[in-house]
Design a protein around this ligand. Sequence first.
Ligand SMILES: Cc1cc2nc3c(=O)[nH]c(=O)nc-3n(C[C@H](O)[C@H](O)[C@H](O)COP(=O)(O)OP(=O)(O)OC[C@H]3O[C@@H](n4cnc5c(N)ncnc54)[C@H](O)[C@@H]3O)c2cc1C
Length: 511
Amino acid sequence: MTVRPTQSTSLNAARRSADLARLEECPEIDVLVVGGGVTGAGAALDAASRGLSTVLVERYDLAFGTSRWSSKLVHGGLRYLARGQFGIAYESARERDLLMTVTAPHLVRTLPMVIPVHRDTPAAHALLMWAGTGMGDVLRRAAGTRSAVLPPPRLLTPAQTRRLLPGVAEDGLRGGLLSFDGQLVDDARLVVALARTAAGHGAGVITRCSAQSVTADGVLLRDERTGRLVPVRPRAVVNATGVHAGELDPDVRLRPSRGSHLVVDSAALGDPRAALTVPVDGGTSRFVFALPQADGRVYVGLTDEPVEGEPPHVPTVPEDDVDFLLAQVNRALRTRLGRDDVRGSFAGLRPLLQADGNSADLSREHAVTVSAHGTVTVVGGKLTTYRAMAEEAVDTAVRERRLNAGPCRTRDLPLVGAADRAELADLAAPRRLVARYGTEAPAVLAGAGADPALLEPVACGVTGAELRFGVRHEGALDVDDLLERRTRVALVDSDRESARSAAEAALADAG
Ligand SMILES: Cc1cc2nc3c(=O)[nH]c(=O)nc-3n(C[C@H](O)[C@H](O)[C@H](O)COP(=O)(O)OP(=O)(O)OC[C@H]3O[C@@H](n4cnc5c(N)ncnc54)[C@H](O)[C@@H]3O)c2cc1C
């Protein structure tokens, strides 16, 4: 049975104030979720949809942390299979299927991915990689994903390879290995959709609100807008603060690893229609990707470097990472990318669980732990598996804190904007908007009212109507929320400047 929200899913400054005031008035709630990334927003939705009184607090903004810096792939779990981790590989494929068919079909598209094969590619390597794509397809079928959603892999001729990857090096090109995976139009939009859907099920969603301390007596929150301290007494606390999880539970030990991406113009790679997949240094186990995006850009990623010391809140991309990524992707390109082609860059920190050995060997699995005074920490994993992690975390909280709640309902719970592909195809709105807002795309257009200027792009195809929607319904409180997270305009500095005044106007219009 499909579970639908019963309350408004709109987030905005007025709702934030009301949620905060309600929490101050009634500090005894069932579940407080700390951290508004994909894991925390998923946990808030899980708890609220079970009927638990739930509040999600986030120090900055929804998707402020790692969740907006991912590669935006909805993985089938092939890399886990390669390491013999069958359970997690299957879980990943199953969660991918749910995201693409039930929870967020509007936000996830089918992405063709091509590994070009050149004369100097060792035959054994090509065979191994082809076997890998075959195993990925076994996983797809095991998870019940239809081939209409993710077609099976196939071999490409050189001409077919060039058609999908016009920028590929032609010298010695023998063909390509084509496979398919899921790709989010925007990871931050998934987080916002989760938080809004949670709000629709009654959760309070309070951004600019940090957890200062968690003890057996309760949690001390701080309203970051006013500096006011707000003590609360939740029956259960879910710590979903990603790489900062150890600040609330010192027993949780993480060793974050930095993953960097470069932003380049799609035209610099000949406007690829597939992800170019390049084996690092000609090996077979690690890859650099050139991932085409919906806004005329390509993201080239990614690195995997251990980060020592206190993890920064906004990581930056070091020069070494730029050099590494350019060198690797250039091995497969006809016209080399240079520093001048890099329009922007971003880095995220993987919340990896502490283990012995190198970063590449650390566990990508998630953990759900319970502290001495009962705080449930959920950390690690992947964006793709957020729902399963949230389910386990809330199950643990219900069990440990003896909460009165039913079973998890999120498997059948479409996020705000979701619909099946046929319904999405019939919507009377531009495809670009449907891919970002799903069934809400007509409402985004209607929000422009009588002002046609709001339908004109301000940067990267983003319109003033989208910015207005971000303020009125998606909880954006300032220019950065709008340009860095409700849209991704700010990934390129010049785009941010082009859109700044429209963002300010959208905020003034709401105020
Ligand atoms: C470079 C890179 C690429 C990746 N690519 C993929 C991919 O393609 N596919 C995939 O499935 N996964 C991918 N991942 C993994 C995935 O992005 C992460 O596992 C996931 O985003 C982690 O989400 P989270 O909610 O646990 O953490 P975060 O997104 O970091 O959220 C934690 C939040 O907690 C907040 N917070 C911290 N302390 C407090 C406090 N005291 N009070 C209130 N709030 C607080 C932070 O501000 C932050 O918003 C990638 C990871 C990286 C680094």
